[in-house]
Write a protein that binds this ligand. Structure first.
Ligand code: EPZ
Length: 427
């Protein structure tokens, strides 16, 4: 099982190319099921989760061809996906268990073929992660739902009917599934209290390119007028705002000066605001976004995770690593997932002073962390240990680095290119 070793203490300097967004790419790939024509996606990241989605779609009758690299000097992959008639409309347990985003094939399968059978994803390290909001949306659109032998079976033999869907709270995946299903429903669907993450906007823009009719894109209320069929399109995946934020923290925590390329300043949002509060500078340049913290200490800041445009929960573990070496105290409150502090005990083993009280963690900054053997538990927790290792004294080993490979492309290469002493140890 691969491990990563980091020798801390080097201030990062240089340029890091940002890849396409994993959490945009996965629903975009599922959207290929909505048409029998070719959907070509550019700037896809090279990640384990993308390969898992390719495997799942192939099982569902989608022909996938890889067209090599995207232009522009970065290594985004180009895939063309053409969905034929599936032999099966089932997303099997062994794939869904590996990647919960498999549930995103439900809406498209139900809308196009009138049925979908997906293994219940089960919980994961950060929470129980139910899919009740997804199923409620499908029921509102006229589907019948049955649960049997750990699978959820949705069917709509007469097709889906447009409806008003009001989500009791914001859900990214449920919004994506409902939006895709509504594109082929008969009539108009209104989705109220919809998630507004940039990845939702990216999916909506791609669906419109495929012939869907969607109003309110980027707002909390979407109006979708269903079509008989969607058609071929070519879409470029947006830059990964969480990868952008992660490497911005790498620059800030090491006191470095890093330019993040192929990403947009506008994707920074609430993460940029907090980085400024901690004493980093964030500036838009022709090459992308430049992050510096080469003068002055890291300052404490209070953070609360919220749906977009609030501070993203996927950046909570990373900002905690930075605040762990601040010259003050910080309060971090996690409002999205019930168990997303697994990185805390590992950071404390590196000398951090963090106390968790329910959904909040009090972080009292320490002068220096010390390197240690650490264990990754989930995708974002594992990268926060890498970030802490970059600033720590001595060597840090991050075990179970397969978590990292699900969401970060070539992390050790990208960091080493800016001077970090980081290497992958193959067992
Ligand atoms: C997406 O997960 C992302 N994954 C997550 O990123 C991200 O943390 C999350 O949105 C929040 O931004 C992908 O896009 C593939 P939710 P999703 O539905 O859609 C509860 C990463 O690290 N809920 O917005 O599953 C849920 O348990 C991953 O890249 C229900 O109760 O998140 C959570 O507490 C981790 N019932 C809250 O809502 C439902 O039917 C928000 O979940 C659905 C969700």
């Amino acid at each position: 099982m691969d491990r990563i070793r980091i020798k801390g203490g080097v201030a990062l300097n240089g340029t890091i190319p940002i890849s396409g967004a994993k959490n945009a790419a996965l629903p975009l790939m599922a959207a290929s099921l909505l048409t029998g024509e070719a959907l070509t996606l550019s700037n896809l990241p090279h990640l384990v989760d993308i390969s898992t989605m390719v495997q799942l779609l192939a099982e569902l009758g989608v022909e996938v061809s890889m067209n090599g690299m995207t232009g522009g000097g970065h290594t985004g992959r180009v895939l063309t996906l053409t969905a034929g008639e599936p032999e099966t409309a089932t997303a099997p347990y062994d794939l869904v268990r590996k990647m919960r985003a498999s549930v995103l094939v439900m809406g498209p399968l139900l809308a196009r073929w009138g049925e979908a059978r997906v293994s219940l994803p089960g919980g994961c390290a950060i929470g129980t992660r139910p899919i009740d909001l997804h199923l409620d949306a499908f029921k509102a659109l006229g589907a019948e739902i049955e649960l049997e032998e750990g699978y959820v079976y949705a069917k709509a033999p007469k097709g889906l009917k447009g409806a008003k869907i009001l989500f009791p709270f914001v859900s990214v995946g449920a919004t994506e599934n409902a939006m895709m299903a509504a594109c082929l429903a008969d009539g108009e669907t209104i989705i109220a209290n919809a998630a507004r993450e940039p990845e939702i906007t990216d999916l909506a823009n791609c669906l419109v390119a495929m012939g869907a009719e969607i109003d309110g894109i980027g707002t909390g209320t979407l109006a979708i007028r269903g079509k008989k069929a969607l058609h071929a399109a070519h879409h470029t995946v947006i830059a990964d705002r969480i990868e952008t934020g992660t490497y911005a923290v790498a620059a800030a925590i090491t006191g470095g000066d890093v330019t993040l390329a192929n990403t947009q300043f506008e994707l920074f949002g609430a993460v940029g605001d907090i980085l400024l509060k901690t004493g980093a500078t964030v500036e838009k340049t022709d090459a992308g976004v430049r992050i510096r913290r080469d003068t002055g200490p890291v300052k404490g800041a209070d953070v609360m995770t919220e749906p977009y445009p609030g501070f993203p929960t996927d950046m909570q573990a990373q900002i905690m690593a930075l605040l762990a070496v601040s010259n003050g105290a910080s309060m971090i409150t996690e409002t999205i997932f019930e168990n997303r502090f697994m990185h805390v005990p590992e950071l404390c083993r590196m000398g951090a002073d963090i106390n968790v009280h329910g959904a909040s963690a009090i972080v009292r900054g320490v002068k220096k962390l010390s390197g240690a053997q650490t264990m990754a538990t989930d995708l974002r927790a594992s990268v926060s240990l890498v970030l802490a290792g970059l600033a720590a004294k001595g060597d840090t080993i991050v075990n179970r680095v397969y978590h990292l490979d699900r969401g970060y492309e070539r992390v050790e290469e990208k960091l080493a290119a800016c001077g970090a002493r980081v290497e992958r140890l193959q067992d």
